[in-house]
Write a protein that binds this ligand. Structure first.
Ligand code: PGA
Length: 244
């Protein structure tokens, strides 16, 4: 199966010119570019091959939700994917599982492909990988409440899980490909058993051009969610090249 590479630009770059240039350079097959909201429209018209995604979405349709951008507006802007529950939002914005659950269900119901981020802290991982698995399963249970009710109308592959151990994000200290693969397998088994769902699992956390091949070479890992390395076109192109 071809692996998917998702670029999470976070709050980068500064200008529209830089954003368009980066998007055009990395406009390749099996790539999803997730820029900040205000670059979405321009990037949509600038790319031909890559898919467009957003870094978050509000669960309401249209209405009185000051400061929020709804899933419906994202679709209108050309986004096909949306990242929900990133650990930076869970941390800085204090997003709860309840809030994340609302977003996941609304976006799936509205026809966006959801990349749901889960992952444990270093405190939990230090207690052993089984603790990490239990923590992630609990996150999945809370974040996916109500999924059964809409599952019959979902298109195939509309829910993707990004396993991103918090301690590996932006630290230059990725998980080992073997452990990440074990976590991916356990997430897939859990979703199959609890929700009769087969979902792709991406790995995220300090993926770069030097370690990407090892992660992407794991059978259970269906792609990568890339932060820091996605805003450097040369580096990101080297990662994309490893999906072939
Ligand atoms: P990183 O970020 O690649 O910079 O570790 C990954 C992410 O936050 O999605």
């Amino acid at each position: 199966m071809t692996k998917l590479i998702v670029a999470n630009w976070k709050s980068n770059p500064l200008t529209q010119t830089e954003a368009i240039e980066l998007a055009k350079k990395t406009d390749k097959a099996n790539v999803v570019i997730c820029p900040p909201y205000h670059f979405l429209h321009q990037i949509k018209s600038g790319i031909k091959t890559a898919k467009l995604g957003a870094q978050d979405a509000f669960w309401g349709n249209l209405g009185a939700y000051t400061g929020e951008v709804s899933w419906r507006q994202l679709k209108e802007a050309g986004a096909e994917y949306v990242i929900i529950g990133h650990s930076e939002r869970r941390n800085y914005l204090k997003e709860t599982d309840e809030l994340i659950n609302n977003k996941v269900i609304a976006c799936l119901d509205g026809g966006l492909k959801v990349i749901l981020c889960v992952g444990e802290s270093s405190e939990i991982r230090n207690k052993g990988i089984n603790h990490a698995k239990q923590f992630v399963e609990r996150q999945l249970d809370l974040d996916l409440i109500g999924l059964e009710a809409i599952s019959s109308q979902l298109q195939a592959n509309s829910l993707l899980i990004a396993y991103e151990p918090i301690w590996a994000i932006g630290t230059g200290k990725p998980d080992t490909p073997e452990n990440a693969s074990q976590m991916a397998k356990s997430i897939k088994d859990f979703l199959a058993n609890s929700y009769k769902l087969s979902a792709s699992v991406l790995y995220g956390g300090s993926v770069n051009s030097k370690n990407a091949a090892e992660f992407l070479g794991q059978k259970e890992i269906d792609g990568a969610l890339v932060g820091g390395a996605s805003i450097n076109a040369e580096e990101f192109l080297k990662i994309i090249a490893q999906t072939k």
